[in-house]
Unconditional design. Structure first.
Length: 413
């Protein structure tokens, strides 16, 4: 059940587009007991693609390919697959009718390039893509499988969930059972956490892996057990998770494999509370994380990005005297921002940030990386001073994460 993922496109190699497909596929397959052993990205070059297909088919049982099957000249995956599997393209009436249906729904007229999407390799199983015009092709050779899918993320996700994973589960018997346990840890750098867990990690059996997945200000730890039976995997992972809990104690924020902003959303719904943000140095990043969750409108009411002091005064009621005497980056101002958000947006909870992200703007008293954060929930307010580094991007990320952690802690207490 070893899998290799191949993503195709020059845009991925030059960084114009970030490859999110591999990450999503890897997680989806891991949840079903498949093990991704290789990930390859290759440009729109026939020979490079042929080499990638050949290498993958030699070392994996399942090869999943995304990208390069659109209607334009740089999309050469179908033709290259024909060359690799020694076949040729044919016209598929079924695919053509699917494309017509999709176009008719949007009131569009099909052109010749789109019509060419109905050309598919002869010696393969064609799977209809009802989410888009590019069909999915499934090849088999010597008991191994190669599947070519669109690179458009929402199309790929629909196809994987509804077609590919169910077919793979029918085709292959599960030979290893994988269980993961994830916890989010605060209060440690990655290196210090690794030192603290040295004895624990050295004592792990060889079929247990511990992964460190750091983010600015927070670390996600993942334990993975690979066993012959599901019950054994569950038993082992439960035992090791307990040991980890005993070592880290209160530094464990939560033991779920989901981001903090998603956990906050679930708590707000459960507690029937609403949330707003007031952001200066984070520039709306906290709001962006919160609203990335479908259904966040049930609890998130809005955000005020208040860079200018007059916006802090006019929209949040921050005292001009405090802004003048204490400065925008101060306990007094960030506390008023949090309280003002509750009044202005009419919400139950809020987080507020004010700091010096850098690289300029610091003073000896308040150097770059100085950030005040406040969280409020009805009549309770917490605030804390942080000293981050000199990198602007990292400071904004750390401030966003710390604000969300402060709010999560407040909701859980």
């Amino acid at each position: 059940m070893n899998v290799e993922i191949i993503t195709i496109g020059d845009e991925l190699l030059i960084g114009q587009v970030v490859d999110t497909n591999s990450a999503w596929i890897g997680q989806a397959l891991g949840n079903e007991g498949f093990r991704v052993v290789w990930r390859t990205t290759v440009g729109d070059n026939e020979q490079d693609m042929l080499d990638a297909f050949d290498a993958a088919m030699n070392r994996a049982q399942i090869v999943l390919v995304t990208g390069g099957i659109g209607p334009t000249k740089d999309d050469i995956t179908k033709q290259t697959l024909c060359k690799y599997f020694h076949t040729r393209l044919r016209f598929s009436q079924e695919v053509y009718e699917n494309i017509e249906t999709i176009f008719s729904r949007g009131g569009r007229v099909m052109n010749e390039l789109t019509r060419n999407q109905a050309l598919v390799p002869e010696d393969c199983t064609v799977i209809q893509n009802t989410a888009g015009t590019a069909p999915v092709t499934w090849f088999e050779r010597n008991g191994k499988i190669l599947v070519s899918m669109p690179g458009v993320p929402y199309e790929m996700k629909w196809i994987m969930s509804n077609e590919i994973i169910p077919r793979l589960k029918k085709k292959f018997l599960q030979d290893v059972y994988i269980k993961h346990h994830t916890c989010w840890v605060k209060g440690h750098t990655e290196s210090l956490l690794a030192i603290k867990l040295t004895e624990f990690e050295e004592a792990l059996p060889e079929y247990i892996k511990l992964a460190y997945l750091p983010q600015p200000g927070i670390i996600r730890l993942r334990l993975s057990a690979y066993c012959d039976t599901e019950s054994e995997a569950l038993r082992i992972i439960t035992e090791q998770a307990l040991k980890l809990r005993e070592i880290l104690g209160e530094n464990i924020i939560v033991e779920e494999d989901k981001p903090v902003h998603e956990m906050i959303g679930e708590l707000l719904i459960k507690m029937n509370l609403t949330l707003g943000t007031a952001e200066s140095c984070t520039g709306g990043r906290i709001a962006a994380q919160l609203t990335s969750i479908p259904g966040s409108s049930a609890y998130f009411v809005g955000s005020i990005v208040c860079y200018a002091n007059r916006v802090k005064e006019q929209l949040l009621g921050v005292s001009p005297l405090d802004l003048s005497e204490k400065g925008a980056v101060s306990k007094e101002v960030v506390e008023q921002m949090a309280k003002g958000t509750l009044l202005t947006l009419g919400c139950d909870c809020s987080v507020a940030t004010s700091g010096i992200a850098g690289p300029s703007g610091g003073t000896p008293e308040k150097p770059v990386g100085t950030v005040w954060i406040a969280a409020a929930c009805r009549d309770k307010v917490r605030f804390e001073l942080f000293h981050f580094g000199t990198n602007r991007e990292q400071n904004m990320l750390r401030a966003s994460n710390m604000a969300l952690l402060m709010l999560l802690d407040m909701l859980q207490s």
